[in-house]
Design a binder for this molecule. Structure first.
Ligand code: HEM
Length: 221
């Protein structure tokens, strides 16, 4: 008997696809430079807002979006790699995928943070650069433009490769679940809460994150 489980609540799905759109925009505008940098900054602030939202949602969001639901011990990861995973590992992020999720979130945060302190000494000056010493700004700029972007492109390639692998080799359509939220499973599992109350809570959290980012930028004016 198979059951349908709500794995990704609507706020997590919107977070994911808004993040994808923003990161694509960031890559394109960084390549274009010049006037396009205005959009690079705007999308950077959008990613910062999304990441702040996801950090809170990892604590109060739907069951499978909570960090504790995909925080695995090294022993569990090793068992999973040896093919001894538990059935519930296929519901949310599995022990291998969870590492890439935390890495993506962490390095995206580092990328945005370093961008805020970057200065290309031509036309693009991060809003917080004026508060830091020259050495910090140079280090942030070097990391942002030379290191962080490569790490992120590598992680995104790995992310897409893993999704393709699960689709082709394991016949698991992870992408549709990130679109409509549900997975059909051969066992029962708890649903992520995704009712009006949960969505209202997400709206309040997102509004607070937007307000925090606007406040931060106002301090830097
Ligand atoms: C800029 C590119 C991308 C970034 C930065 C990114 C980032 C992420 C992050 C952070 C998560 C964790 C979601 C959460 O728990 O909040 C995730 C999950 C996921 N992403 Fe992406 N993503 C990207 C592109 C894509 C694309 C293009 C697809 C589809 C073709 C995709 C499909 C998925 C799926 C299916 C999951 C859930 C994986 C699982 O079941 O464990 N992602 N992604």
């Amino acid at each position: 008997m198979s059951t349908t489980v709500r794995v990704w609540d609507l706020p997590t799905r919107i977070f994911h696809w808004a993040l994808v759109a923003s990161v694509i925009d960031l890559v394109i505008t960084a390549k274009l430079g010049g006037d396009a940098m205005a959009w690079h900054f705007r999308c950077g602030y959008a990613v910062l807002t999304l990441l702040l939202f996801r950090m809170v949602w990892g604590l109060v969001g739907g069951h499978w979006s909570r960090f504790r639901s995909f925080l695995y011990s090294p022993a569990t990861v090793l068992r999973y790699l040896r093919g001894q995973g538990a059935p519930e590992h296929s519901v949310g992020h599995n022990p291998l995928g969870s590492g890439s999720v935390f890495a993506l979130l962490g390095f995206l945060l580092l990328q945005v943070a370093s961008g805020l302190f970057s200065d290309d000494e031509i036309a693009a000056l991060g809003p917080l650069a004026k508060f830091a010493s020259g050495a910090v700004v140079r280090a942030a700029t070097f990391y942002h433009a030379e290191i962080g972007k490569l790490i992120l492109l590598g992680l995104i390639a790995l992310h897409l490769g893993a999704i393709g692998f699960y689709l082709l080799r394991k016949d698991r359509g992870l992408v549709v679940a990130m679109l409509h939220g549900d997975k059909t499973l051969p066992f029962t599992a708890s649903d992520s809460r995704d009712d009006t109350k949960a969505r209202l809570l997400a709206t309040v959290v997102l509004s607070a994150c937007i307000a925090l980012v606007i406040w931060l930028l106002k301090q830097a004016e």
